[in-house]
Design a protein around this ligand. Structure first.
Ligand SMILES: Nc1ccn([C@@H]2O[C@H](COP(=O)(O)OP(=O)(O)OP(=O)(O)O)[C@@H](O)[C@H]2O)c(=O)n1
Ligand SMILES: C[C@](O)(CO)[C@H](O)COP(=O)(O)O
Length: 230
């Protein structure tokens, strides 16, 4: 597959775990808003055709963002859950994006994603039902009980951490997200919806520095990583 893909960027979260006075995706990071780093890395990728950024109802991007690295940047309004925002973005894609076309979904909160990992995902997952970047769990995993005591050690073989981008055919992902929504189920990523629909997404190992900025400590780490993973 050689054509370029559109990327839906969920950016409608409130960043509650960050505890800042604005949604974390707009916090300053290395001299510009966190989301700007993410959008620039995505738009700079030769296999990405355009960005569909899903914003909170009260949020907006900055003037001139309509085109980035020569790629169109469009916006849609998100929903209460991340999956609602992803679905809104998928439904707002330009008509040129057909149901059979692969699309990417990448968190605005992951500014350190590496171009080579995006390339690997596109090249490997395009021969399958789709896939996602991730990394095998390398730490011992504990099940915590009351008072943060360790109740048990969980098996870590065949356990991966899921990252983004995640990549699926537009129509199949819309149907899978719609099905979980209709059943009132919560999904934490697109791959979960696809698994529930009977698909087996391909896990593509990517760099573990593709961190999701969630708490204040992640901001300092992201600044360090941005300098190294440019
Ligand atoms: N209703 C939502 C919730 C999340 N997101 C986006 O999904 C990505 C990953 O979500 P997360 O890290 O959980 O962000 P928040 O929901 O903002 O964080 P928190 O749970 O701490 O509020 C982020 O880019 C976030 O903006 C979204 O588009 N719509
Ligand atoms: C999609 C994701 O980033 C994969 O790890 C993660 O599930 C997002 O979870 P969040 O609770 O919305 O941050």
């Amino acid at each position: 597959m050689s054509e370029a893909l559109w990327c839906v960027v969920p950016a409608a979260g409130r960043g509650m775990r960050m505890g800042a006075d604005c949604p974390k995706q707009y916090l300053p990071l290395a001299g510009k808003p966190l989301i700007a780093h993410t959008l620039e890395r995505l738009a700079a990728h030769p296999r990405i055709a355009g960005l569909l950024v899903v914003l909170g109802a009260r949020d907006e991007l900055w003037p001139g963002i309509e085109t980035l690295h020569g790629k169109p940047v469009r916006v849609a309004i998100g929903g209460a859950e991340r999956s609602d925002s992803v679905l809104a973005g998928l439904n707002a894609l330009p008509s040129e994006v057909e149901n059979a076309d692969f699309v990417l979904v990448h968190d605005a909160a992951r500014p350190c994603v590496r171009a080579k990992d995006i390339t690997q995902l596109i090249e490997r997952a395009s021969e399958t039902d789709g896939g996602l970047l991730g990394a095998p769990l390398r730490d011992t995993l504990k099940r915590a009980g009351e008072g943060d005591c360790s109740l048990a050690t969980e098996p870590r073989d065949q356990r991966w951490r899921a990252f983004t981008p995640q990549m699926f055919r537009r129509g199949e992902l819309v149907a899978a997200l719609g099905a979980v929504s209709n059943h009132g189920r919560a999904v934490s990523d697109e791959a979960m919806a696809m698994e529930l629909a009977g698909f087996r997404p391909l896990l593509v190992e990517g760099a573990e520095d593709n961190i999701k900025v969630t708490t204040a400590a992640d901001l300092a780490l992201a600044e360090f990583l941005l300098a190294r993973t440019a």
